[in-house]
Design a protein around this ligand. Structure first.
Ligand code: AHG
Ligand code: MN
Ligand code: MN
Ligand code: MN
Length: 332
């Protein structure tokens, strides 16, 4: 009986979202509905991922996306699932996705929101059973209700996000999100089909001892970054790099650490995408007490000029990010 009573019977994600909505007497519940739509798609994608080795859903899709990456079948499936859930939900006017070149019009012209999404993050890890994720940002549209979402709606600065989050399909599946009032994490109980509040008020340690970077590209990093990595080695920090941004970020958020993706020869502007990778995690890390920078600027203040814009990313514990920034200023 002890065993059974230990099962989660806490706050469900739905209940949590509803309670939060009660804090805003003039809120109409549309953002809450939108978050629930994302959670629903996350459950469906989670199921597909869990079956990946059993069904014909693994492997390459045979096409490239707009950034010239080989799409995996699950990239495409996740993209369809999230778009469908947001279209059916009705709250979103337009979507930007890693997997689609242009703005996706949902047909919900009365929808107040714009979503930017990386449907499946960590593509290269799908077929080897390593943690992958989904990243999303939510903005209020600036265009008039009753029209289609336009480029201006989609190119808002990260500071304008009304909510952002990620799902990590890891040893357990979690949804972590913020609406600008702290960060909360929910763990999925698959037999009940519910996310339960498991990590209330997440904060990131100010200092950390983990650094996460693809060190294979060391020789191409800016000198300041090379110097920082050398410092990490001297200090005996732990090197941890999964190769799924969501998973690397999540670990460092929990334990304290820094994730670095500098410019390289292969990616002269950085690899990660501002609108649907960096901004969401930057909003979350700041809400948890950490920092996100492109080496010089706060990520959230970068002015976007195109949908698939890339930038450098240094994100995690405040002291660590500031140290890299200082070295980059001194060394370039
Ligand atoms: P995606 O799978 O959505 O295209 O993102 C890939 C990103 C990110 O998940 C990860 O941190 C990074 O690529 C890894 O890049 P490297 O293989 O160059 O280290
Ligand atoms: Mn990709
Ligand atoms: Mn990604
Ligand atoms: Mn992706």
């Amino acid at each position: 009986i002890k065993e059974d009573l230990a099962l989660p019977v806490g706050t469900t994600l739905d209940r949590f979202i509803m309670r939060k909505q009660e804090d805003f007497p003039f809120a109409t519940g549309e953002l809450s509905q939108l978050l629930r739509d994302i959670a629903l798609a996350a459950k469906i994608v989670n199921r597909a991922i869990n079956h990946a080795g059993l069904t014909d859903i693994g492997g390459a899709y045979g096409k490239q996306n707009v950034q010239g990456e080989d799409q995996q079948k699950l990239d495409v499936v996740a993209n369809i699932r999230f778009i469908r859930a947001l279209r059916n939900g009705g709250e979103v006017a337009a979507i930007i996705s890693e997997e689609e070149e242009g703005i996706i019009q949902t047909g919900n012209m009365k929808g107040k929101y714009i979503v930017a999404i990386d449907p499946l993050d960590g593509s290269s890890n799908i077929d080897v059973n390593v943690s992958i994720g989904t990243i999303f940002s939510i903005y209020r549209r600036t265009s008039e209700l009753g029209t289609e979402g336009n480029l201006e709606d989609c190119l808002q600065k990260g500071t304008e996000q009304v909510a952002a989050g990620y799902i990590i399909y890891g040893s357990s599946t979690m949804l972590v999100y913020t609406t600008g009032n702290g960060v909360n994490g929910f763990t999925y109980e698959s037999s009940l089909g519910e996310f339960f509040l498991s990590h209330p008020n997440i904060t990131i340690p100010k200092k950390g001892e983990i650094y996460s970077v693809n060190e294979g590209s060391f020789n191409h990093f800016p000198e300041g970054v090379q110097q920082y990595i050398e410092l990490c080695r001297v200090r005996n920090y732990s090197a941890r790099y999964i190769g799924s941004l969501v998973a690397d970020f999540h670990r460092n958020l929990m334990k304290g650490g820094i994730y670095l993706y500098p410019i390289t020869q292969k990616s002269p502007l950085g690899k990660l995408r501002l609108l649907y990778e960096c901004n969401a995690l930057a909003f979350i890390v700041e809400q948890a007490g950490g920092k996100a920078s492109d080496g010089q600027r706060r990520i959230l203040e970068i002015e976007p000029y195109e949908l698939h814009q890339r930038c450098q990313l240094y994100i995690g514990s405040t002291d660590m990010v500031e140290e890299v920034e200082t070295l980059l200023v001194a060394r370039g």
